[in-house]
Design a binder for this molecule. Structure first.
Ligand SMILES: C[S@@+](CC[C@H](N)C(=O)[O-])C[C@H]1O[C@@H](n2cnc3c(N)ncnc32)[C@H](O)[C@@H]1O
Length: 250
Protein backbone atom coordinates (compact mmCIF):
# COMPACT_ATOMS: atom_id res chain seq x y z
CA UNK A 1 0.00 0.00 0.00
CA UNK A 2 1.19 3.53 -0.73
CA UNK A 3 2.32 5.41 2.38
CA UNK A 4 -0.22 8.23 1.79
CA UNK A 5 -3.06 5.74 1.73
CA UNK A 6 -1.75 4.10 4.90
CA UNK A 7 -1.61 7.50 6.61
CA UNK A 8 -5.17 8.31 5.52
CA UNK A 9 -6.54 5.00 6.76
CA UNK A 10 -4.78 5.25 10.12
CA UNK A 11 -5.55 8.87 10.94
CA UNK A 12 -7.46 8.58 14.19
CA UNK A 13 -9.17 11.61 15.73
CA UNK A 14 -9.08 9.94 19.11
CA UNK A 15 -5.26 10.07 19.08
CA UNK A 16 -4.03 13.43 17.72
CA UNK A 17 -0.48 13.12 19.08
CA UNK A 18 -0.06 9.74 17.34
CA UNK A 19 -0.93 11.45 14.05
CA UNK A 20 2.50 13.14 14.13
CA UNK A 21 4.22 9.79 13.62
CA UNK A 22 4.68 7.96 10.32
CA UNK A 23 1.97 5.37 9.71
CA UNK A 24 4.53 3.31 7.76
CA UNK A 25 6.88 3.35 10.80
CA UNK A 26 4.04 2.15 13.05
CA UNK A 27 2.88 -0.62 10.69
CA UNK A 28 6.36 -1.91 9.82
CA UNK A 29 7.31 -2.21 13.50
CA UNK A 30 3.98 -3.59 14.73
CA UNK A 31 3.95 -6.48 17.18
CA UNK A 32 0.22 -6.16 17.96
CA UNK A 33 -2.46 -3.47 18.11
CA UNK A 34 -1.01 0.00 17.46
CA UNK A 35 1.14 0.66 20.56
CA UNK A 36 1.37 4.39 19.85
CA UNK A 37 -2.41 4.82 20.12
CA UNK A 38 -2.39 2.74 23.31
CA UNK A 39 0.45 4.77 24.83
CA UNK A 40 -1.41 7.99 24.02
CA UNK A 41 -4.52 6.57 25.70
CA UNK A 42 -2.46 5.90 28.84
CA UNK A 43 -0.99 9.40 28.92
CA UNK A 44 -4.51 10.87 28.91
CA UNK A 45 -4.90 9.56 32.46
CA UNK A 46 -1.27 9.49 33.64
CA UNK A 47 0.43 12.88 33.37
CA UNK A 48 4.15 12.89 32.50
CA UNK A 49 6.55 15.76 33.18
CA UNK A 50 9.77 16.56 31.30
CA UNK A 51 12.83 14.89 32.79
CA UNK A 52 10.93 12.07 34.52
CA UNK A 53 12.57 8.66 34.49
CA UNK A 54 10.20 6.19 32.84
CA UNK A 55 10.46 2.40 32.62
CA UNK A 56 8.76 1.18 29.41
CA UNK A 57 8.40 -2.50 30.32
CA UNK A 58 8.00 -4.90 27.40
CA UNK A 59 8.59 -2.04 24.94
CA UNK A 60 9.00 -4.37 21.93
CA UNK A 61 10.45 -2.27 19.12
CA UNK A 62 10.54 0.83 21.32
CA UNK A 63 7.88 2.81 19.43
CA UNK A 64 6.17 3.72 22.69
CA UNK A 65 9.48 4.72 24.28
CA UNK A 66 10.22 7.03 21.35
CA UNK A 67 6.68 8.43 21.48
CA UNK A 68 6.84 9.16 25.22
CA UNK A 69 10.30 10.76 25.00
CA UNK A 70 9.30 12.95 22.05
CA UNK A 71 5.90 14.00 23.29
CA UNK A 72 6.64 14.57 26.96
CA UNK A 73 10.40 15.11 27.22
CA UNK A 74 10.76 12.15 29.60
CA UNK A 75 13.81 9.85 29.81
CA UNK A 76 12.90 6.28 28.97
CA UNK A 77 14.50 2.92 29.69
CA UNK A 78 13.11 0.84 26.79
CA UNK A 79 13.17 -2.63 28.31
CA UNK A 80 12.31 -5.84 26.51
CA UNK A 81 13.09 -9.55 26.28
CA UNK A 82 12.38 -10.67 22.71
CA UNK A 83 13.72 -7.70 20.75
CA UNK A 84 17.44 -7.17 20.32
CA UNK A 85 18.41 -3.88 22.00
CA UNK A 86 20.81 -3.17 19.12
CA UNK A 87 17.80 -2.97 16.78
CA UNK A 88 16.03 -0.69 19.21
CA UNK A 89 19.13 1.48 19.41
CA UNK A 90 18.95 1.97 15.61
CA UNK A 91 15.34 3.17 15.90
CA UNK A 92 16.28 5.44 18.83
CA UNK A 93 19.18 6.94 16.85
CA UNK A 94 16.95 7.44 13.81
CA UNK A 95 14.54 9.32 16.07
CA UNK A 96 17.46 11.44 17.31
CA UNK A 97 16.83 10.43 20.91
CA UNK A 98 20.33 9.30 21.88
CA UNK A 99 20.80 9.97 25.60
CA UNK A 100 17.05 10.19 26.20
CA UNK A 101 15.93 6.63 25.39
CA UNK A 102 18.06 3.73 26.62
CA UNK A 103 17.52 0.21 25.22
CA UNK A 104 17.75 -2.54 27.84
CA UNK A 105 17.58 -6.30 27.34
CA UNK A 106 15.96 -7.86 30.42
CA UNK A 107 13.51 -10.44 31.62
CA UNK A 108 10.64 -8.93 33.59
CA UNK A 109 11.50 -10.95 36.72
CA UNK A 110 15.19 -10.00 36.71
CA UNK A 111 15.26 -6.25 36.14
CA UNK A 112 18.69 -4.62 36.28
CA UNK A 113 17.56 -1.44 38.05
CA UNK A 114 17.88 0.06 41.51
CA UNK A 115 14.84 0.02 43.77
CA UNK A 116 12.92 3.33 43.47
CA UNK A 117 14.95 4.38 40.40
CA UNK A 118 11.96 5.34 38.25
CA UNK A 119 9.40 8.14 38.57
CA UNK A 120 6.88 6.19 36.45
CA UNK A 121 6.38 2.62 35.20
CA UNK A 122 4.48 2.09 31.95
CA UNK A 123 3.74 -1.02 29.96
CA UNK A 124 1.83 -1.31 26.69
CA UNK A 125 0.45 -4.60 25.38
CA UNK A 126 2.98 -6.58 27.41
CA UNK A 127 2.13 -6.86 31.13
CA UNK A 128 -0.26 -9.79 30.58
CA UNK A 129 2.72 -11.88 29.38
CA UNK A 130 4.53 -11.70 32.71
CA UNK A 131 2.26 -9.99 35.28
CA UNK A 132 -0.71 -12.29 35.89
CA UNK A 133 0.83 -14.21 38.78
CA UNK A 134 -0.13 -12.91 42.19
CA UNK A 135 3.36 -12.01 43.31
CA UNK A 136 4.67 -10.13 40.27
CA UNK A 137 3.29 -6.67 41.07
CA UNK A 138 5.03 -6.65 44.46
CA UNK A 139 8.34 -7.23 42.68
CA UNK A 140 7.68 -4.79 39.81
CA UNK A 141 6.33 -1.93 41.96
CA UNK A 142 9.56 -1.66 43.92
CA UNK A 143 11.28 -0.08 40.91
CA UNK A 144 9.15 3.09 41.09
CA UNK A 145 9.65 5.59 43.91
CA UNK A 146 7.05 5.37 46.72
CA UNK A 147 3.84 7.09 45.56
CA UNK A 148 4.96 6.89 41.92
CA UNK A 149 2.49 5.90 39.20
CA UNK A 150 2.29 2.52 37.50
CA UNK A 151 0.26 2.43 34.29
CA UNK A 152 -0.52 -0.13 31.67
CA UNK A 153 -2.77 -0.88 28.73
CA UNK A 154 -3.31 -4.50 27.73
CA UNK A 155 -5.72 -6.36 25.47
CA UNK A 156 -8.57 -7.31 27.76
CA UNK A 157 -12.15 -8.39 28.19
CA UNK A 158 -15.27 -6.51 29.24
CA UNK A 159 -15.88 -9.18 31.90
CA UNK A 160 -14.53 -12.58 32.89
CA UNK A 161 -16.35 -15.17 30.74
CA UNK A 162 -18.18 -17.93 32.66
CA UNK A 163 -16.40 -20.54 30.49
CA UNK A 164 -13.52 -20.82 28.05
CA UNK A 165 -13.44 -20.41 25.17
CA UNK A 166 -16.31 -17.91 25.12
CA UNK A 167 -18.93 -19.71 22.98
CA UNK A 168 -19.35 -16.98 20.36
CA UNK A 169 -15.56 -16.89 19.77
CA UNK A 170 -14.86 -20.62 20.09
CA UNK A 171 -13.83 -21.10 16.47
CA UNK A 172 -11.18 -18.33 16.68
CA UNK A 173 -9.96 -18.27 20.28
CA UNK A 174 -6.15 -18.64 20.68
CA UNK A 175 -5.54 -20.32 24.04
CA UNK A 176 -3.13 -17.54 25.08
CA UNK A 177 -6.10 -15.15 25.30
CA UNK A 178 -6.73 -16.75 28.71
CA UNK A 179 -4.37 -14.01 29.98
CA UNK A 180 -6.82 -11.28 28.87
CA UNK A 181 -8.81 -9.88 31.78
CA UNK A 182 -11.39 -7.27 32.64
CA UNK A 183 -10.73 -3.97 34.44
CA UNK A 184 -12.42 -5.43 37.56
CA UNK A 185 -10.16 -8.49 37.47
CA UNK A 186 -7.02 -6.37 37.17
CA UNK A 187 -8.18 -3.99 39.92
CA UNK A 188 -8.64 -6.88 42.34
CA UNK A 189 -5.42 -8.56 41.16
CA UNK A 190 -3.43 -5.42 42.03
CA UNK A 191 -5.39 -4.22 45.07
CA UNK A 192 -5.21 -7.53 46.91
CA UNK A 193 -1.41 -7.24 47.09
CA UNK A 194 -1.67 -4.12 49.26
CA UNK A 195 1.39 -2.83 47.40
CA UNK A 196 -0.47 -0.20 45.34
CA UNK A 197 -3.53 2.04 45.35
CA UNK A 198 -5.49 1.67 42.14
CA UNK A 199 -6.66 5.05 40.82
CA UNK A 200 -8.22 3.84 37.58
CA UNK A 201 -9.26 0.54 35.98
CA UNK A 202 -11.29 1.01 32.83
CA UNK A 203 -11.81 -0.08 29.25
CA UNK A 204 -10.59 2.12 26.40
CA UNK A 205 -13.48 3.80 24.70
CA UNK A 206 -13.63 2.71 21.04
CA UNK A 207 -10.89 0.18 21.79
CA UNK A 208 -12.23 -2.75 19.81
CA UNK A 209 -13.06 -0.55 16.81
CA UNK A 210 -9.51 0.85 16.80
CA UNK A 211 -8.07 -2.65 17.15
CA UNK A 212 -10.19 -3.89 14.22
CA UNK A 213 -9.34 -0.87 12.08
CA UNK A 214 -5.64 -1.40 12.79
CA UNK A 215 -5.83 -5.10 11.90
CA UNK A 216 -7.82 -4.46 8.71
CA UNK A 217 -5.29 -1.88 7.53
CA UNK A 218 -2.26 -4.03 8.46
CA UNK A 219 -3.83 -7.03 6.70
CA UNK A 220 -4.47 -4.98 3.54
CA UNK A 221 -0.90 -3.74 3.62
CA UNK A 222 0.38 -7.27 4.23
CA UNK A 223 -1.76 -8.57 1.38
CA UNK A 224 -3.81 -11.19 3.16
CA UNK A 225 -6.58 -11.26 5.77
CA UNK A 226 -5.80 -12.83 9.14
CA UNK A 227 -8.15 -14.46 11.59
CA UNK A 228 -7.82 -11.91 14.39
CA UNK A 229 -9.79 -9.29 12.42
CA UNK A 230 -12.56 -11.81 11.79
CA UNK A 231 -12.69 -12.60 15.49
CA UNK A 232 -12.93 -8.91 16.41
CA UNK A 233 -15.72 -8.46 13.88
CA UNK A 234 -17.61 -11.47 15.24
CA UNK A 235 -17.23 -10.18 18.80
CA UNK A 236 -18.23 -6.60 17.93
CA UNK A 237 -17.00 -5.28 21.27
CA UNK A 238 -18.96 -7.72 23.46
CA UNK A 239 -15.80 -8.97 25.13
CA UNK A 240 -12.58 -7.93 23.42
CA UNK A 241 -11.02 -4.51 23.88
CA UNK A 242 -8.34 -2.90 26.00
CA UNK A 243 -7.99 -2.69 29.77
CA UNK A 244 -6.26 0.42 31.10
CA UNK A 245 -4.88 0.64 34.64
CA UNK A 246 -3.27 3.38 36.69
CA UNK A 247 -2.09 2.78 40.26
CA UNK A 248 0.38 4.29 42.71
CA UNK A 249 3.00 2.43 44.75
CA UNK A 250 1.90 2.48 48.38
C1 LIG B 1 2.97 -8.08 21.94
S1 LIG B 1 4.59 -7.52 22.25
C2 LIG B 1 4.29 -5.79 22.48
C3 LIG B 1 5.52 -4.96 22.36
C4 LIG B 1 5.30 -3.47 22.46
N1 LIG B 1 4.95 -3.06 23.79
C5 LIG B 1 4.26 -3.03 21.47
O1 LIG B 1 3.10 -2.81 21.90
O2 LIG B 1 4.57 -2.99 20.29
C6 LIG B 1 4.90 -8.05 23.91
C7 LIG B 1 6.28 -7.72 24.43
O3 LIG B 1 6.38 -8.21 25.75
C8 LIG B 1 7.70 -8.61 25.97
N2 LIG B 1 7.75 -9.65 27.00
C9 LIG B 1 7.02 -10.77 27.07
N3 LIG B 1 7.39 -11.50 28.14
C10 LIG B 1 8.40 -10.83 28.73
C11 LIG B 1 9.21 -11.06 29.86
N4 LIG B 1 9.05 -12.16 30.60
N5 LIG B 1 10.14 -10.15 30.18
C12 LIG B 1 10.29 -9.02 29.45
N6 LIG B 1 9.56 -8.73 28.36
C13 LIG B 1 8.62 -9.62 28.00
C14 LIG B 1 8.18 -9.19 24.67
O4 LIG B 1 9.57 -9.11 24.57
C15 LIG B 1 7.39 -8.38 23.63
O5 LIG B 1 8.19 -7.41 23.01
Amino acid sequence: MEDDELTRLLTNDRYPRSGRYSARWMVDNAMGPNPVWLAEALTEVMPLEPGMRVLDMGCGKALTSIFLAREFGVRVWATDLWIDPTQNWSRIEEADLRGQVHPVHAEAHALPFEEGFFDVLVSIDAYHYFGTDDLYLGYYARFVKPGGPIGMVVPGLAEEPPSYPPPHLASYWPWEFCSFHSPDWWRRHWEKTGQVTVDLADRLSGGWEDWLRWNDVCDRDFGEPREEAEMLRADAGQLLGFTRMVARRS
